[in-house]
Design a protein around this ligand. Structure first.
Ligand SMILES: Cc1cc2nc3c(=O)[nH]c(=O)nc-3n(C[C@H](O)[C@H](O)[C@H](O)COP(=O)(O)O)c2cc1C
Ligand SMILES: Nc1ncnc2c1ncn2[C@@H]1O[C@H](COP(=O)(O)OP(=O)(O)O)[C@@H](O)[C@H]1O
Length: 310
């Protein structure tokens, strides 16, 4: 897949889907589909980095799919080209005709377009899907405008998915994403305490802009590099209040597994929320709780039966 942030370097002509596409959720997938199947040009996604909201509001935006993760997913979906267009304040001030001329006509030589129903562009959102459709019909270029996608009567959106993750509703997030939420990061050194507790934990270094679900304990499936089969695990996200931890960490214990993971990239797939993080009076109580968490994880992952005690 060809990746560039420079319009002069694009492969042309293009069939292009335009949007931020943070999360690549069910709604985004419907916008992308006509371009995945298009025969009218190099199958391209035009997306913006940094996130326009970050540039326009000055507040940093946490992402469901930071650039590396988004690029990997788009490559898997069969796209031939991604343009990570540098979004700047000057770019946002363009008028709609400049955007159409400079980006769509000259930069991309667009022959097929797909956008969501609420797509807006140029100064004060003065260009919209209707503007593009008028341009398309003048030039005999099909412009797909994809209506809002709903799930159980609710609009699918990146902010709804963030809200679900912020309350630990991982299955709602997975429904709206069309796949489970993932954390991808390299295993780094921690405090070397996990092994003393009997539960070594691989500490993950994640992209700083990655959106994290609420602090707490989760059941997870973990893919080691190159693995086809996932390994079961439990994950803790938080400050480890039992040890007055200052750093916020994401750490994974693989069930019934031993080996060296330092320096390896793990893909951690969230399956279920188990509980919030707590401060325990001592190490013994923490160990007992982690043993219970491992058992809950086995049940949530379908590896053990729930036993009801009357
Ligand atoms: C399943 C699981 C649940 C955990 N829950 C808590 C918790 O509720 N409170 C807490 O202080 N630490 C909790 N921890 C974090 C442990 O304290 C942590 O794994 C330990 O400090 C090891 O850190 P290290 O990997 O940096 O050596 C949990 C860890 C795991 C694997
Ligand atoms: N079952 C396991 N789950 C996670 N990590 C494991 C496991 N078995 C061995 N390890 C290794 O042990 C390391 C974690 O041990 P730990 O004492 O918690 O050290 P650290 O504080 O550096 O994370 C992991 O990074 C990995 O290399």
């Amino acid at each position: 897949m060809h990746i560039t942030s420079d319009l002069a370097q694009t492969l042309r002509p293009t069939a292009v889907a335009i949007g931020n596409f943070d999360g690549l959720h069910l709604g985004h997938q419907r916008v992308l589909r006509p371009i995945q199947e298009s025969e009218r040009g190099v199958r391209t996604v035009l997306t913006f980095h940094p996130h326009p909201q970050e540039v326009l509001t000055g507040r940093s935006q946490l992402l469901l799919t930071p650039p590396t993760e988004k690029l990997a997913l788009l490559a898997q979906m069969g796209f031939e080209q991604v343009i990570l267009f540098p979004f700047t304040a000057a770019f946002a001030r363009q008028n709609p005709q400049e955007f159409i001329r400079d980006i769509l006509e000259q930069g991309l030589r667009a022959r097929h377009l797909s956008v969501g129903w609420d797509f807006c562009f140029a100064h004060r959102r003065s260009g919209n899907a209707q503007t593009l459709q008028t341009w398309g019909s003048d030039h005999c270029i099909p412009v797909e405008v994809i209506p809002e996608t709903q799930f159980h009567g609710e609009r699918v959106s990146s902010s709804r998915i963030r809200a679900a993750l912020a309350t630990g509703e991982v299955s709602t997030a997975a429904d709206l994403l069309g796949r489970p939420y993932r954390l991808i990061g390299e295993v780094v050194q921690g405090d070397q305490r996990g092994r003393q507790l009997g539960f070594p934990t691989a500490n993950l270094r994640l992209p700083p802009e990655k959106f994290l679900p609420r602090d707490g304990v989760y059941s997870v499936w973990v893919y080691l590099p190159g693995a086809v089969q996932a390994l079961p695990g439990v994950m803790n996200i938080g400050h480890r209040p039992t040890f007055a931890g200052l750093q916020h960490t994401v750490e994974v214990h693989l069930l019934d597994w031993a080996g060296d993971l330092y320096g390896q990239e793990l893909q951690v797939v969230l399956e279920g929320f188990i509980r919030t993080e707590r401060r325990f009076p001592g190490v013994a109580e923490l160990i007992e709780q982690i043993q219970q968490d491992c058992q809950t994880a086995r049940i949530q992952l379908g590896l053990a039966e729930q036993v009801w005690v009357n």
